[in-house]
Design a binder for this molecule. Sequence first.
Ligand SMILES: Nc1nc2c(ncn2[C@@H]2O[C@H](COP(=O)(O)OP(=O)(O)O)[C@@H](O)[C@H]2O)c(=O)[nH]1
Ligand SMILES: [Mg+2]
Length: 192
Amino acid sequence: MFNKVELVKTVYKKGEYPSPLNAEIAFAGRSNVGKSSLLNKLFGIKIAKISSNPGKTRSINFYSVNNKGYLVDLPGYGFANVSKEEKKKWAELLEDYFVNRYSLQMIFLLIDHRHEPQKKDLEMIQWLRGLEIPFMIVLTKLDKVKKSERQKKLRIIQSELSKYGDYLYFPVSAKTGEGIGALKNEISKFLK
Ligand SMILES: Nc1nc2c(ncn2[C@@H]2O[C@H](COP(=O)(O)OP(=O)(O)O)[C@@H](O)[C@H]2O)c(=O)[nH]1
Ligand SMILES: [Mg+2]
């Protein structure tokens, strides 16, 4: 399905985005939530770096799929030991991308399935809502949630986020591949 995947551009400065393709969807979430692992699982190749040093990636990475659209890896948020200056840079780059990138169609917001959404996740949701950018929720690390706990955890997260709106939820594991098919189907709708 995602046959030809290429890292087209790594962007550190606002405005320096590649020419748009027909589709563009982006992945956002806390640092360490499993963004790079998920992208690699979706692509079927290890193209996104899995950093042992979270918070190092301050860039927006544009991956083209079948030359039809971009899957965009946004810099993670919420890690400790980051200077005010760095946080400001992160916010400025993301805001520019969110506000000015007209080809952006959808965000997949990754949240760790094991925990309730954190303050920073809720701030991201409010940011996206304020900018009227549509998004869906991907719940990561499903393999780390006991089967008997999954329904309950999902309901807790859904009820917490229902304050903000009705969203689609995709529980996934980049480790076992559970849920990846359903997410891939959703992404494919954009890449037609
Ligand atoms: N068990 C499990 N671990 C995962 C999964 N996804 C990511 N991880 C681990 O979580 C850590 C952070 O993953 P990474 O993809 O680098 O997160 P990122 O910072 O959001 O890009 C790494 O140690 C991954 O191996 C998953 O689905 N299941
Ligand atoms: Mg990463």
